[in-house]
Design a protein around this ligand. Structure first.
Ligand code: NAD
Ligand code: UDP
Length: 319
């Protein structure tokens, strides 16, 4: 049994990770300030003697005995990370620094939840890990993109200067149950709109693309990455290479929910990437990992979970 800290553990991905680690027999410390996390996401773990919940902001330093750290704390939806952009940069950069210091003190392994946003609005397609990206340093998305880029820099420099055992995973668009209904990202927005027969809001013309990964596949990738030998530090792309336009996604969700919703077009947000698809050759080679849940199956699971949330009035953001 390892002692494993998950920062951002009450969020969408973090709560799935905590559940998996508890099921694998570990002691889990979930650190979260509940900015976009929810108690409901981890309610099923609270009575477990191996699960500890600590309300804490990663911008402040933290001390505890741990063997492994997964650093996930950071709002991930554009509306939430742009709400207080200075706090987003602090969370990404100072949060990473605090988690790296904790790893250093404990000689713990630490995994960074990085992002495909490292590649910005990519000029190379699909994106491989050696692509440096096309990121606007002063745009509305910069607090997140540059914050995450700087966090990667800190991780690699702790590795070079202190031999800290690091792992960097670049996550591509991930969806699944436990996303907040008002999270603001495209899959959750479209499912909520379709289930309520409200207009489906497409930003721009809807010909931009994303490659959507089901959360269970990502969690498997995290675990496999953490268990690689110390000489493999990444970064490694973890995502599903099946690419869809946003219009295709909207039509799929309307069909699957038998919704009466119409599609409406809204302005495209600033610096919205036009295309995104991971090259996962490295993950296949080094982790023997590839996604197993395709979009139709994953969407069905998420639609069922959201129908259930609506019945129980759960999973909207508090306050
Ligand atoms: P989320 O918003 O559901 O979860 C983030 C969690 O971090 C929340 O519980 C939130 O309360 C917590 N948090 C935020 N700021 C904090 C702070 N200062 N101190 C402590 N806790 C804080 O988002 P998610 O989709 O679960 O994303 C988790 C991680 O994965 C993030 O780091 C995100 O950047 C990364 N990621 C996610 C995706 C995706 O598609 N979901 C893609 C790329 C990267
Ligand atoms: N999007 C959309 N309607 C919505 C929410 C998002 O058309 O209600 C678009 C958004 O402009 C982007 C894509 O869907 O092109 C994915 O957006 P999301 O916020 O989920 O992720 P990200 O842009 O960070 O990849």
């Amino acid at each position: 049994m390892k002692r494993i800290l998950v920062s951002g553990g009450a969020g969408f991905i973090g709560s799935h990770l905590c559940t998996r680690l508890i099921n694998d027999g570990h002691h889990v410390i979930c650190l979260d300030n509940f900015f976009t996390g929810a108690k409901k996401n981890i309610a099923h773990l609270l009575d477990n003697e191996n699960f500890e919940l600590v309300e804490h902001d990663v911008v402040d330093s933290f001390s505890i005995d741990v063997d492994e750290i997964y650093n996930l704390a950071c709002p991930a939806s554009p509306i939430h990370y742009q709400y207080d952009p200075i706090q987003t940069t602090k969370t990404s950069v100072i949060g990473a620094l605090n988690m790296l210091e904790l790893a250093l003190k404990n000689n713990a392994k630490i995994l960074q939840a990085s992002t495909s946003e490292i590649y910005g609005d990519p000029l190379v397609h699909p994106q491989k890990e050696d692509y440096w990206g096309n990121v606007n340093p002063i745009g509305y998305r910069s607090c997140y993109d540059e914050g995450k880029r700087c966090a990667e820099t800190l991780f690699i420099d702790y590795y070079r200067q202190y031999n800290t055992r690091i792992k960097i995973v670049r996550i591509f668009n991930t969806y699944g149950p436990r996303m907040l209904h008002n999270d603001g990202r495209v899959v959750s927005n479209f499912i909520v709109q379709a289930l309520n027969n409200q207009d489906i809001t497409i930003y721009g013309e809807g010909n931009q693309t994303r490659s959507f990964q089901y959360v269970d596949d990502l969690i498997e990738g995290f675990i496999k990455m953490m268990n690689t030998s110390d000489d493999f530090i990444g970064p490694v792309n973890i995502g599903n290479p099946n690419e869809f336009t946003i219009i295709e996604l909207a039509n799929k969700i309307i069909d699957m929910t038998k919704s009466k919703s119409s599609i409406v077009f809204k302005p495209l947000p600033h610096d919205d990437p036009q295309q995104r698809r991971p090259d996962i050759t490295l993950a296949k080679e080094k982790l023997n990992w590839y996604p197993t849940v395709q979009l139709n199956e994953g969407l069905l699971n998420m639609i069922d979970a959201f129908k259930n949330d609506i019945l129980t009035h759960a999973n909207t953001i508090q306050g």
